[in-house]
Design a protein around this ligand. Structure first.
Ligand SMILES: Cc1cc2nc3c(=O)[nH]c(=O)nc-3n(C[C@H](O)[C@H](O)[C@H](O)COP(=O)(O)OP(=O)(O)OC[C@H]3O[C@@H](n4cnc5c(N)ncnc54)[C@H](O)[C@@H]3O)c2cc1C
Length: 432
């Protein structure tokens, strides 16, 4: 405790970012509490996903022996759907099947609960069922939080905002405005229960191993977004979603999108007979580097999704959230040594982020969303063209191979002149 009833730090939100910050702060000997609005950490974070091993191991050595993990992911499939077809590429590696595995499927409700225990073991106090409704201020600086009544006021040298996507509290500090529909995606997700053997048969998996599928095109009505299927031990995490802007613009909603995705003739057999045991919808920050908010002010820092640290291209959110929590804790520990919690002192947090893959990766992909959003044909016309060409190539129908080649070339020429080249160059520019 810094002095009297004042904590060294209060963390709002027990997701991966907040819990990591709390564990690192407690590990540095600081007094820290985590306030979580859910009945337990993870209760509100019901979506399943992929957890990358290496960054998690770096922060929590040996975690894989203790954490509730679902299946090691040995295979990644990228697929595109048209209304009646599916094309794709698969990468499966025996190396991914052997420890140390590259990634695991996880169920966040279980993982987050276990993860919060690691912060408690380090000395942090985690309080579920506390919703922080506002921040407390003194002389223009954040000095604590309130849960809405005088008894619920808590004071600290620094407040860590780890309250997830579109943080209302960061908006109250003036660190960012409400995100625009172009800066967030909305995803609907179901957990569909199936017996382990059925999952392994349908996805051609060795016992206990898992697969991750990312599916574009008709899975989202061609909107900028994706569908996914991740295999858990006894369930599938199945979801679809798109940029909020495109959903609003097209009048589509993610519930209908998910239902349609599940009914697609190439997807339905994978899910057949499964029982939906959970449904959730959630935002993903998509603003990236170009729209990143200020992440510190007097007495406060912002971590994880609240700061927009998501790399949608590589499906990395949890690892960036955890890393940002670690850097926030380091900056707060240094500020505590200086006894200076001003914005200038906490700017160290941004320095640490800048030196890390958090900012470096987000900078690298900073133009990808804008690039793809400006080209709505990418997820509509190209899948259709690729499917038509593949069908032509694979159909044995009396046409000579030469005639087939000509027919396929004519299909490609049906695109607006120069579009393919412009898109290829644009994609290269956005990615390099
Ligand atoms: C459908 C979907 C699939 C995803 N798949 C992946 C994936 O496969 N791999 C990956 O790495 N990332 C994935 N992500 C992104 C990833 O989930 C996030 O980047 C990550 O959870 C961010 O962690 P966080 O701690 O910042 O926020 P969160 O995990 O959102 O945690 C925020 C916490 O704060 C609590 N909270 C909010 N407001 C308050 C308040 N006022 N008072 C108290 N508590 C509060 C919430 O209850 C929650 O527990 C996915 C996201 C979605 C939506």
């Amino acid at each position: 405790m810094a002095d009297g009833d004042r904590m060294d730090a209060i963390v709002v939100g027990a997701g991966p970012a907040g819990v990591t910050a709390a564990r690192e702060l407690a590990g540095a000997g600081l007094a820290v509490v985590v306030l979580e609005r859910g009945p337990y950490p993870g209760a509100k974070n019901v979506w399943g996903g992929i957890l990358y091993h290496r960054p998690t191991e770096d922060l929590l050595p040996g975690y894989a022996d203790q954490a509730p993990l679902e299946r090691p992911i040995i295979e990644q499939r990228y697929q595109v759907l048209t209304d009646d077809a599916l094309l794709g590429v698969t990468y499966r590696s025996q190396r991914f099947a052997e420890p140390p595995h590259n990634a695991y499927s996880v169920l966040r409700a279980e993982f987050d609960r276990w993860h919060a225990g690691t912060a408690e073991a380090a000395g942090a106090e985690v309080y579920p069922e506390f919703t922080v409704t506002d921040l407390l201020w003194e002389d223009g600086r954040v000095v604590g939080v309130t849960t809405g009544d005088p008894e619920g006021e808590l004071y600290a040298n620094v407040v860590v905002l780890a309250d997830g996507a579109n943080s209302l509290l960061a908006q109250k500090v003036g660190l960012h405005r409400e995100w625009a529909p172009l800066e967030q995606a909305l995803i609907a997700k179901e957990l569909i229960a199936l017996p382990p053997g059925t999952i392994e048969d349908r996805f051609n998996l060795p016992t206990g191993m898992g697969s991750a599928l990312e599916i574009f095109g008709e899975s989202t009505w061609g909107l900028l977004g994706y569908g996914f299927i991740y295999t858990n031990k006894e369930s599938l995490s199945v979801g679809t979603g798109a940029l909020l802007h495109d959903l609003i613009d097209s009048g589509r909603n993610v519930n209908d999108m998910l239902d349609r995705f599940k009914r697609h003739p190439a997807i339905a057999p994978l899910l057949a007979g499964g029982e939906t045991v959970e449904y959730s919808a959630h935002l993903i920050p998509e603003g990236g580097y170009n729209r990143m908010p200020q992440v510190y002010a007097d007495g406060v820092v912002v971590v994880g999704d609240a700061a927009g640290f998501v790399n949608p291209l590589n499906r990395e959110g949890v690892n960036l959230a955890m890393l940002s929590g670690k850097f926030a804790a380091q900056a707060i520990a240094e500020a505590t040594e200086r006894d200076d919690f001003s914005a200038a002192s906490l700017a160290r947090y941004r320095e640490l982020l800048d030196e890390s893959i958090v900012i470096q990766d987000l900078y690298k992909i900073r133009n990808v969303t804008d690039f793809a959003h400006a080209r709505p044909h990418l997820l509509r016309d190209y899948p259709a063209l690729a499917s038509d060409m593949a069908r032509e190539y694979l159909s044995v129908d009396g046409l000579s191979k030469k005639e087939k080649q000509r027919k396929m070339a004519r299909m490609a020429r049906g695109l607006p002149k120069g579009r393919l080249l412009r898109d290829a160059v644009g994609a290269l520019r956005a990615l390099t």
